[in-house]
Ligand binder design. Structure first.
Ligand SMILES: [Zn+2]
Length: 288
């Protein structure tokens, strides 16, 4: 019976200049932590440095509960341009390292997992992340085609892999376990520029059900060619997840429930996992 790792990543950025609502961010995180506790799920929180400055104790608490806490960046928050993918190797390494340093200063521990804002990247990004010391994360969104966000992924791998050193869309030998966003390449939105993914706030639970069902199906059919199978749900700490009447909360709860049912129907074991746990399994099965 194959395992389906069920992973939820929360991008924490309620303190960024366009939102500037630290109290909302805290309510969202506490609401999510409650949902995860009830569901028996350990999640991955990735925070921009200003979040860590605002809520370091909160994130330390999440980590003590077994959640993973890593780094998210919005370069404009640090005084750079908005999108990481417009920079060369040296600048990307500088931006990521600066953010990691501020994060650690406030958190008291180093960030492990990494994910950039807008999943903006270019061919210098994976080597820069590796050089900054990160060993796993989510950087890619296959078939996302948003040049205005310096985020173009073409038909990059849809499963866990080590990225190529010179071409972000290929597999290679970068010492970083990339866990792409779960998508349905055939269901397009935004004039075809974007696939349906498992961003809680993107669509309703019924649409997410089909994306999850298709993702499980192709991975099961791939058998050993996809050694680590997973569903990656993503969201942001900018919704009222603690409010029982909130639509996003309801969507997330339904997604968790649906994922369990889909796994059962497909003869798979539902296994909640952080990004780090998925990476660990991958490294064990696929030595670099
Ligand atoms: Zn973000």
């Amino acid at each position: 019976m194959p395992d389906i790792h069920f992973s939820i990543q929360v991008a924490c950025e309620a303190t960024q200049p366009t939102i500037r609502d630290a109290a909302l961010g805290e309510r969202a995180i506490r609401g999510l932590a409650g949902i995860f506790e009830q569901a028996g799920i350990k999640a991955t929180f990735v925070a921009i440095p200003s979040e860590m400055r605002a809520h370091a104790a909160l994130y330390r608490g999440l980590r003590e509960q077994g959640h993973e806490v890593g780094l998210h960046i919005h370069p404009s928050d640090q005084g750079y341009e908005e999108f990481l993918g417009v920079y060369g190797f040296e600048d990307q390494l500088k931006i990521i390292s600066e953010a990691a340093r501020v994060f650690e200063d406030f958190a008291g521990f180093p960030p492990t997992t990494f994910s950039p804002g807008y999943l903006s990247a270019n061919d210098h990004t994976f080597p820069a992340i590796e050089a900054a010391g990160f060993r796993h994360g989510t950087v890619s969104c296959p078939t996302r085609d948003l040049p205005q966000c310096a985020c173009v992924w073409g038909h990059s791998p849809m499963d866990v892999h080590y990225p190529h050193r010179f071409n972000r869309m290929l597999t290679g030998d970068v010492d970083f376990v990339e866990i792409p966003q779960t998508i349905d390449p055939e269901s397009r939105m935004w004039g075809g520029a974007h696939p349906l993914d498992l961003r809680v706030e993107l669509v309703d639970a019924k649409n997410h059900y089909y994306t999850m069902e298709k993702a499980v199906k192709w991975q099961v059919e791939a058998g050993d060619r996809v050694p680590v199978k997973y569903l990656k749900v993503v969201t942001h700490n900018i919704f009222e997840f603690g409010n029982p009447a909130d639509f996003r909360r309801e969507t997330l709860l339904k997604m968790i429930d649906a994922a369990r049912r889909i796994c059962e129907k497909a003869g798979c074991a539902f296994k909640a996992a952080t990004t780090g746990e998925i990476a660990r399994d991958y490294r064990r099965l696929v030595p670099r």
